[in-house]
Design a protein around this ligand. Structure first.
Ligand code: TXA
Ligand code: MG
Length: 321
């Protein structure tokens, strides 16, 4: 099989209806989508990605009314969160509806769901009479794809079709939150920092930054070696790390500063964290595919999208090589 890359929504919808996989653009990263109510179609996602069965998928909906077939109830504040942030890079972990096969949620009684903001993803979802289960369209553990070409490079031989929606304009995966019965009734807990900065969420659900950030054992975005290039990644004081790696071919990822190295990817010369997030995964991929021996990255400012960037870089650096 060799994937066709195109913009044919009809064809994508037909493939999905017949239980095939389609890579689709979202505003965060490209997803590898399957009919969410069809366990055999969903199984193909795990096979193609070489993803362990314990790592649950995100279900994507194109209409709010589709949620009633995905989640069995809505915890307090859900409606307000959806009003404010959907479509967009916010995933809610909700009690699961029995329609959702266990393979989608890795046997959990909760389901992760979001409405993506990319117009092509929305058009596709709105054409279909079922939601789409879709993790990021990369081999398990590798950097997520932010262009159709990234998907074609890695999964092109294993899937029939890649819907091309151009480069993703958020560039890091969605922020994931879940309602947990704690304290007085319950609270929203952040499972993964992502494309929606928590500063925007705090005003609504009252979480207080990193204090409530919870290393959820069931959110394998939390697995240390996630988002990992094959090359070693080091984060911190770039000059010091360059000295420590003297003699090696060095690729640098920086926020605004230029460094004299074999190559230096400045993610946003103007200091815009959203632009930096947009460029992050393409830079990691490019350096990983280059002749560099090591990748050295600055630590980003720890606010707004900088938190998601630092999280991905730290996981890339935590990988065992
Ligand atoms: O932006 C995104 O979130 C992208 C696009 C395609 O929507 N999707 C994505 O999926 O990044 P990915 O590969 O990260 O996989 C879904 C992650 C799981 O690894 C897990 O961390 C979390 O979602 N997840 C799914 N179901 C969950 C659940 N019931 N409880 C806790 N975490 C869950
Ligand atoms: Mg992923």
């Amino acid at each position: 099989m060799r994937a066709t890359v195109g913009t044919d929504l009809e064809h994508a919808a037909e493939l999905l209806c017949s239980g095939e996989l389609v890579a689709m653009p979202t505003e965060t990263v490209y997803g590898l989508a399957a009919h969410a109510f069809d366990p055999e179609a969903v199984l193909k996602i795990f096979t193609v990605k070489d993803r362990p069965a314990f790592d649950p998928l995100i279900v994507h909906v194109g209409r709010r009314e589709d949620l009633s077939a995905v989640a069995s109830e809505l915890p307090p504040g859900s409606e307000q969160l959806m009003d404010l942030f959907w479509p967009g890079p916010l995933t809610l972990v909700l009690p699961k509806h029995e329609n959702i096969p266990d393979i989608v949620t890795s046997g959990l009684d909760t389901v992760a769901v979001r409405m993506p903001a990319h117009p092509i993803a929305l058009q596709l979802l709105q054409k279909l009479p079922f939601p789409l289960a879709a993790p990021s369209a990369n081999p398990f553990g590798y950097v997520s794809p932010t262009s159709a070409q990234h998907v074609a490079d890695q999964l092109g031989a294993k899937i029939p079709y890649i819907l091309d929606g151009g480069p993703c304009n958020v560039g890091v995966e969605s922020t994931i939150i879940g309602w947990e019965p704690r304290g007085q009734g319950g609270q929203w807990v952040i499972y993964r920092h992502g494309g929606l900065p928590i500063e925007e969420l705090e005003n609504v659900i009252g979480v207080t930054g990193s204090e409530t950030v919870h290393q959820h054992p069931l959110a394998p975005g939390m697995i240390a070696s996630h988002y990992a290039p094959r090359k070693p990644v080091f984060i911190g004081d770039v000059q010091a790390l360059m000295r420590r790696n003297a003699g090696k071919i060095i690729g640098v990822i920086s926020f605004q500063n230029e460094y004299v190295a074999h190559s230096c990817d400045v993610l946003s010369a103007g200091g815009d964290l959203a632009q930096a997030a947009r460029n992050l995964f393409a830079a990691l991929r490019e350096l990983d595919g280059s002749e560099c021996d090591v990748i050295i990255a600055e630590e980003f400012p720890d606010h707004g999208l900088g938190r998601a960037i630092n999280d991905r870089l730290n996981r890339a650096a935590a990988a065992r090589h």
